[in-house]
Design a binder for this molecule. Structure first.
Ligand SMILES: [Zn+2]
Length: 191
């Protein structure tokens, strides 16, 4: 089990230490997901495993749990033996607390593909509400489920549309467009 203090990765430079940077990005994603949900809850997250046994990506995903006292985040792969404990994350830039409640009224659920969710995770300009929504996405059987109130979804639409318009990469744009269509369809269904 990998025990890591996220503070030690602050100055990691992707050019100088690409492997350390990759690990840091992995841990930052886990922190965001862990703090986007209430403590003591097991999140079957949308985050893929970072391992590549035999040069093939491990098909597993991250199972994540946060406890606040002491402040520990536990993660493990659903398939391989990759696992870890993160500390020193409280108040860091990836701490998305307060988390979103899991039982809001009028929740909308939107099914995403792994590629669509990966694209949402790359968005730079999300507000905190949208970030929580993206990182709290959970896995149910083989489905990735984004959830939120109609206000949350409406808010996210604005950010996704803006970034999709400013991308030059056609493939990324297409993925974001397909997310947009799903969000807008969901909004129309309840409206
Ligand atoms: Zn794995």
């Amino acid at each position: 089990m990998l025990s890591a203090n996220i503070g030690h990765f602050e100055d990691t430079n992707p050019e100088v230490h690409p492997a350390a940077w990759k690990l840091a990005e992995h841990l930052r994603g886990i922190i965001r997901a862990a703090t986007a949900i209430p403590a003591g809850y097991d999140l079957e997250s949308a985050l893929p495993c970072r391992r590549r046994p035999g040069r093939r990506p491990c098909p597993g995903w991250m199972k994540i749990r946060r406890q606040d006292v002491p402040a520990h985040i536990y993660w493990e792969c659903s398939r391989c033996d990759d696992s870890g404990l993160i500390h020193g994350w409280e108040g860091c830039p990836y701490d998305l607390r307060p988390p979103r409640p899991l039982h809001e009224q009028a929740l909308m659920v939107i099914e995403l593909t792994a590629e669509e969710h990966a694209e949402l995770r790359r968005l730079q300009l999300l507000d905190t509400d949208s970030e929580r929504m993206v990182w709290a996405t959970y896995r149910e059987n083989d489905r990735l489920v984004l959830f939120g109130t109609d206000d949350d979804v409406d808010n996210l639409v604005g950010f996704v549309a803006f970034e999709a318009n400013h991308l030059h990469d056609r493939r990324r744009q297409r993925r974001l467009d397909s997310v947009l269509t799903k969000l807008e369809t969901a909004l129309r269904t309840i409206g």
